[in-house]
Each structure stands twice: as C-alpha cells, then as structure tokens.
Write a new protein. Structure first.
Length: 249
C-alpha cells in the first residue's frame, strides 16, 4: 500500500512539473485519488525541493510529543504502599468528600448510596410486580427497632425492651408516623451509632406505606415471610433437591 502511494505522489509531481496550472480535478482523475488528497499533496510538493525524494515518503502520523501524565506523579517501591494510598483515597472520596451534582447534592457517595438504595428497590418491584400489595416483613421492622434500642440503652437492657415494646404496639395498630417521630427525636447521627441505627429513620419513612399492618391484617394478608419461606423449604428444598432427583427435558 505504501509503495503505491509513493508511485502516485511521484506521478503527481511529474504532472505538476509538466503543467503547474493543471486543474485539481484533472489531476485527481489521472492519479485515481480523491480531490482532497490531490490538494494536500500539491501543497506539500510545492513546499518541498523539486529533487527531494523524502517528500514522497509522506509524513508520519505518530505523535511528535509524548503524552502528558496528569494523574498522580509518584513512584512506589512496593505494592503495600500503593495499596495504602489507594485505600486512603477511597476512604476520603467515598466517606468524607461531599459531591455536588444531580444525585449526591452535597452528600458523600456512601451517604447517597445508603439513602437512595430504597429507590432502586422500589423501581424494581414496580417494574416486575406493578399490581402487587407490598408488605414489609414484620420481623424485619422489629429488627430495625432493636438496632436503635440496643444503640441507645445497650444490648439486653430492660429499657431497650420497653422502648421496643412501645414502638411495636404503635406499628401493630398502623401508627407508623408516631414511630417515625420517635426516631426523629433521637440523636442517631452520632459517630458511635451503628449503621443499622442511623438508617432506621429513613427505613421507616420510606416504607411507611408498606407498614400499614392494621390494614394488611384486616385484608387477611400475611405480615411475615415465614409462610413463604416454609413453603419454599418444603416444596423446593425437600422435594426437588433430594439426592437422586433427575429431570428430563
């Protein structure tokens, strides 16, 4: 391919030597090249010496200057030091540095993930089960209450049991708003609080429609997943996964 290009460039130079005013379209027809190619090489051939054969070899498209490294300019002598710096950067980026923009809105990426993951869960349910009645498992709701009580009063303390019992009564009667107000009144954003306690207010707030346990019980809906889990265990696990089972297409 390169040899043919050299031949065409030499032919073009010869044609220009015979008639410098020959039209570009005619040169393109004679050489079998495009009009753009002819214009480019007419300019290059006229800028070069008439006897300079190097011009026929064309110009390299290779980069004339090296690429500039815009990231961290630091040499590491061990992978441990590299990993330590990477861990420090990830910690600062995800947990400490606030981000602007459409989704973070001044929060850290980790905060955004924790506070908005329920949206992805909700969209998935609405897309796959648009007509289903969604109910949060009673045991899961109580588990979040215990996470808050243990953080406030200590694990296994009578005060924690009394606090959970009061909140359970409110949930059982469908008074989710009172539970949310009780959680909002607490200082759960302290560094010593575990993630489960800090996430509890948002958990109940975002699932309030799925925690109308008085309404669900009146409609005859189960408020716990024990029935479904037991059915899966007996039908799928015991009957279909026993040794020796085989299936024909």
């Amino acid at each position: 391919m390169e040899e043919q290009w050299i031949v065409d460039r030499a032919k073009l130079r010869e044609l220009l030597a015979q008639n410098p005013d020959r039209p570009r379209k005619e040169l393109a027809a004679i050489t079998g090249r495009s009009l753009g190619w002819v214009k480019k090489w007419v300019r290059r051939l006229r800028e070069a010496d008439l006897h300079d054969e190097r011009v026929l070899w064309g110009q390299s498209r290779a980069r004339k200057t090296p690429h500039q490294v815009t990231f961290r300019k630091k040499l590491y002598t061990s992978l441990d030091k590299l990993q330590a710096d990477l861990d420090e950067w990830l910690e600062q980026y995800n947990r400490e540095r606030s981000h602007g923009g459409k989704y973070c809105e001044g929060r850290t990426p980790l905060q955004t993930f924790r506070e908005t993951k329920h949206l992805a869960y909700q969209k998935m349910l609405e897309a796959n089960f648009p007509y289903a009645e969604q109910v949060v498992d009673w045991g899961h709701s109580v588990q979040h209450l215990w996470a808050v009580a243990d953080a406030l009063y200590g694990e296994g303390q009578p005060a924690a049991a009394r606090w959970v019992a009061q909140r359970k009564d409110e949930l059982w009667t469908g008074d989710v708003e009172r539970v949310i107000r009780a959680l909002d009144a607490l200082d759960l954003d302290c560094p010593s609080c575990p993630d489960g306690a800090r996430q509890a207010p948002g958990y109940f707030r975002h699932n309030r429609k799925r925690m109308r346990y008085d309404h669900f019980r009146a409609q005859g809906y189960p408020i716990g997943s024990g029935t479904v889990e037991s059915g899966a265990k007996n039908v799928v696990q015991r009957r279909l996964k026993r040794s020796g089972r085989g299936w024909q297409p």
